[in-house]
Design a protein around this ligand. Structure first.
Ligand SMILES: Nc1ncnc2c1ncn2[C@@H]1O[C@H](COP(=O)(O)OP(=O)(O)OP(=O)(O)O)[C@@H](O)[C@H]1O
Ligand SMILES: [Mg+2]
Length: 576
């Protein structure tokens, strides 16, 4: 089945360099750069205030206390209070605009990845665990945010404090400054060594955390099955095992992180002690003032923090790189289907023909359809039957273009589905799948999913056509009754009818129903079939069903067997 590959070839995933990754992160930060610049400016102010304090202390000791100047003592103390109030106000404001900006960046990033996830096909979700995706959407994006917003601000702040403190230290005593910095090269060497270990441990822990989330998502969404098969103990044990693995990795990472921070800290205290010994001797000899030494050690204390945060900053960068990689893995998953560059318009409302022309489809390596051909004229009702696993749901998925056939083509109103805009296709063809999913909100919200503009009367009509009347009359809140998580409040048949109402409301050109009455009793099923036939008499209907109710009034019945459609004898038409 040679098909010209050019227009419909799947798109290859782009490879991303580190630069591309950083550019991606930056594209979310860029819109907030004015706010971030304001934050940087206020932190400059904060740095100035912070650096002024030790100098005031020096003046207090040397000039006011030792100089015996009471007026200066009072003035300087009052100045200190004023500076304290100012710096509190500035940091409160700073925090507020910072949280606001970083929250917005976080939501924008997560929104982008989520939007991409919504374009991916069932094939992607068959490969990925939900918990893993959750941990990437949550933990990894948080890590990227810390890198993109916090790290640059922390770096700027550290550079400012460090430069300021070092300048003032040099002013106070250059030799003492050189002594204080003597241990720096050893710290750098140590950090260079510890860095790959941090990398490895970070990725291991992130993967573990994804495993735990996956487990929880799966276990909780199948509580009933777990209970029914008395698998509670096994599940608890499995979580226990995962917990132990996670704890091991967590401890390892924490210890590495701790060492990466503590060892340089140790070097710092040695430096501090040296300064006290040498500086103290200088004070005793009269070569340095007492206030000078107090101020110098205060500046040294202030410089150690930023020095360590600068040295440690690359660790945040490493962590962020791991997270960026993990998020890019999602973004690089190309959708199996995409809108064509120039979509062709569907003919305006009305029935449309559906054709499968020599369609080949295989999942992984297993062939499901082999040159399958099916011609459904506009307005016809066609029933598809076939053994379980024959590929009926696969045909339904092809009609909605969740994936494309590997050979042949599927057409709607004579147009290749790959030439239509996905939104047009999915508006014109309503599919009710085998698995019913309702969304949180009211019954009306769930029915309105595909047609948000529909008014209450239309929703009510669709619901009653789907045989929901008796249920709605029984519920005090009627259509406004909340559905609850995953529609757990309603029976299988009720949920099936809600999903059907959702399709009916779309008023589609083609209605595709995959086992629409499997959960209904014979009487309700017959009423539903009659109602669908009445409402959609002029529309194309494709029904996957083994129930005799659904066969009534069919224009053709096809059996899917060995990858092809074969006609079955025409059923008796009752209507005539
Ligand atoms: N994502 C997938 N990956 C691999 N194989 C798949 C996938 N989805 C379906 N299959 C396989 O493709 C075949 C056709 O599946 P399909 O769901 O279309 O059958 P069906 O006719 O709808 O069956 P049923 O009547 O039980 O609903 C089956 O053998 C199934 O195991
Ligand atoms: Mg099926």
């Amino acid at each position: 089945m040679a098909v010209a590959p050019s227009p419909h070839a799947p798109r290859a995933a782009p490879a991303r360099s580190t630069r591309d990754q950083v550019r991606w992160a930056w594209s979310f930060v860029a819109p907030h750069r004015t706010t971030l610049a304001a934050i940087a400016l206020t932190s400059l102010l904060g740095v100035g205030i912070g650096l002024a304090q030790p100098w005031i202390t020096k003046l207090l000791i040397d000039d006011a206390l030792l100089g015996g100047d009471l007026r200066l003592l009072v003035m300087l103390s009052a100045g200190m209070v004023g500076i304290g109030i100012l710096s509190t106000a500035v940091s409160a404001w700073n925090r507020w605009i910072y949280i606001r900006a970083s929250g917005r960046i976080l939501f924008a990033m997560r929104g982008r990845v989520h939007a991409h996830l919504l374009t991916l096909s069932p094939r992607f979700y068959a490969r990925w665990k939900t918990g893993d995706l959750l941990s990437r959407l949550d933990g990894d994006i948080g890590e990227i945010l810390r890198f993109a917003v916090d790290a640059p601000l922390a770096a700027l702040n550290a550079v400012l404090v460090l430069t300021g403190a070092l300048t003032l230290m040099l002013l106070l005593d250059p030799w003492l400054t050189a002594l204080a910095l003597a241990l720096l090269p050893a710290q750098l060497l140590f950090l260079k060594w510890v860095r790959p270990i941090v990398d490895r441990r970070t990725r291991a822990l992130r993967e573990r955390s994804g495993e735990v989330s996956s487990f929880l998502v799966r276990s909780l969404s199948a509580v009933k099955v777990v209970q029914a098969f008395r698998a509670e103990r096994a599940e608890t044990k499995r979580l226990d095992g995962l917990g132990h693995g996670y704890l091991d990795d967590l401890l390892r990472l924490q210890m590495v992180n701790f060492a990466a921070g503590a060892v340089p800290g140790l070097f710092g205290s040695v430096g501090n002690a040296l300064v006290f010994v040498v500086g103290g001797m200088m004070v005793l000899n009269g070569a340095f003032t007492l206030g000078g030494l107090v101020a110098f050690t205060a500046y040294l204390g202030r410089a150690t923090g930023p020095m360590q945060s600068l040295l440690g900053l690359w660790m945040a960068v490493r962590r962020a790189r791991v997270s960026l990689d993990r998020v890019m893995e999602i973004l690089d998953a190309a959708p199996d289907v995409a809108d064509p560059p120039q979509p062709r318009p569907l003919p305006a409302h009305g029935p449309a023909s559906v054709r499968l022309e020599a369609v080949d489809y295989r999942h992984a390596e297993a062939p499901v359809l082999i040159g399958a051909t099916l011609d459904i004229p506009a307005g016809a009702k066609v029933v598809l039957v076939g053994a379980s696993g024959a590929g009926k749901s696969t045909v339904v998925d092809l009609l909605h273009r969740h994936f494309d056939p590997q050979g042949g083509r599927v057409t709607l109103a004579g147009l290749d589905l790959r030439d239509l805009a996905l939104a047009d296709l999915r508006r014109a063809v309503a599919v009710m799948g085998q698995e019913v999913v309702l969304f949180p909100g009211s019954i009306a919200d769930s029915i309105r999913l595909g047609a948000p503009e529909a008014d209450d009367a239309a929703v009510e009509r669709a619901a009653r056509a789907a045989q929901l009347g008796p249920l709605l009359d029984r519920l005090p809140q009627g259509l406004d009754t909340p559905v609850g998580e995953a529609g757990a409040l309603f029976s299988g048949g009720e949920r099936q009818r809600m999903a059907l109402a959702r399709c009916l409301l779309l008023d589609p050109a083609v209605l595709v129903l995959d086992e629409p009455t499997s959960a209904l009793d014979a009487e309700t099923a017959a009423a539903l079939a009659a109602e669908i036939d009445r409402l959609f008499a002029d529309r194309t209907r494709i029904v996957v069903s083994h129930r005799p109710d659904m066969l009534t009034g069919a224009d053709a019945v096809w059996e899917l067997r060995d990858g092809r459609f074969r006609p079955l004898p025409q059923p008796v038409r009752e209507s005539a």
